[in-house]
Write a protein that binds this ligand. Structure first.
Ligand SMILES: NC(=O)c1ccc[n+]([C@@H]2O[C@H](COP(=O)([O-])OP(=O)(O)OC[C@H]3O[C@@H](n4cnc5c(N)ncnc54)[C@H](O)[C@@H]3O)[C@@H](O)[C@H]2O)c1
Length: 247
């Protein structure tokens, strides 16, 4: 039902965690995948896994904060894999600290990566999607963008901002057959969250109705639905994958 046979996707932050899981899930549904991140060796490993699933993979070493690199990544995806149907803006960082200790760089790095990066990639991808009158844009937000969090004013701003972008572009690109949706994961077990102290983790777990943290594959499953033809009538939505953390 969620087949991606014959489609080409580009996934940012695909070297590990949620981005890697989305890339592999897309490949297992039949898509060829362009993999973007900053570390070539990690991307090569994910590319090998995509090829084991019988699909084509294109490795692109890209810093999403750079507009020219984003343009080049989109162009070489089309040139090498033949087309572009799905963009997943997944690359993201945290620089958590309380407001009084937050440096200008902490603010700017997070906004540049989590919000400006998706803007660069979406602008470049939309040029192609609008022309072909179809496409899917998926933005990886966070429940923190919906509810806020102590020590994450920068991250929450970026993740709330991407929801505003999602809803605006759903309206703007919808008439030409391009859907734009966001996924808001809760606490997912990845390198991003592995640094949290055990005590903090157990407090967080207690606040989750399903009583457990999510896995990257839980987010990938929602991404497969939103990227597939099954979601053709869904746009401008924020799908929470959070075990009920925010109801
Ligand atoms: N893990 C969670 O609990 C959780 C919860 C909600 C939202 N998210 C979001 O999901 C996304 C993926 O998170 P994750 O947990 O897999 O994180 P992660 O740290 O494991 O992976 C992040 C990926 O982004 C890439 N990246 C970071 N900065 C980049 C840049 N400037 N240019 C190119 N690539 C860059 C990294 O190389 C890596 O591939 C992020 O947007 C994150 O904010 C994660």
């Amino acid at each position: 039902m969620f087949s991606l046979e014959g489609k080409v996707a580009i996934v940012t932050g695909a070297s590990r965690g949620i981005g890697r899981a989305i890339a592999l899930a897309f490949a297992s549904q039949g898509a060829d995948v362009a993999l973007c991140a900053r570390t070539e060796s990690a991307l090569d490993q994910v590319a090998a896994e995509v090829r084991e699933l019988g699909r084509e993979a294109l490795v692109q070493v890209v810093d999403v904060r750079d507009a020219a690199s984003a343009e080049a990544a989109i162009a070489s995806t089309v040139e090498t894999l033949g087309r572009l149907d799905i963009l997943v803006n997944n690359a993201g960082i945290t620089r958590d600290t309380l407001l009084m200790r937050m440096k200008d760089d902490d603010w700017e790095d997070v906004l540049a990566t989590n919000l400006t990066g998706p803007f660069y990639f979406t602008r470049a991808a939309a040029r192609i999607m609008l022309k072909q009158r179809g496409g899917r844009v998926l933005n990886i937000s966070s429940v923190v963008g919906l509810m806020g969090n102590v020590g994450q004013a920068n991250y929450a701003a970026s993740k709330a901002g991407i929801i505003g972008v999602t809803k605006s572009l759903a309206r703007e690109l919808g008439p030409r057959g391009v859907t734009v949706n966001a996924i808001a994961p809760g606490f997912i077990t990845t390198d991003m969250t592995s640094g949290l102290k055990d005590e903090h983790q157990s407090r967080l777990r207690d606040a989750i109705p399903l009583g457990a943290f999510g896995e990257p594959e839980d987010v990938a499953a929602a991404a497969c639905f939103l990227a597939s033809d099954a979601a053709r009538y869904v746009t401008g939505q924020v799908i929470q994958v959070d075990g009920g953390m925010r109801l």
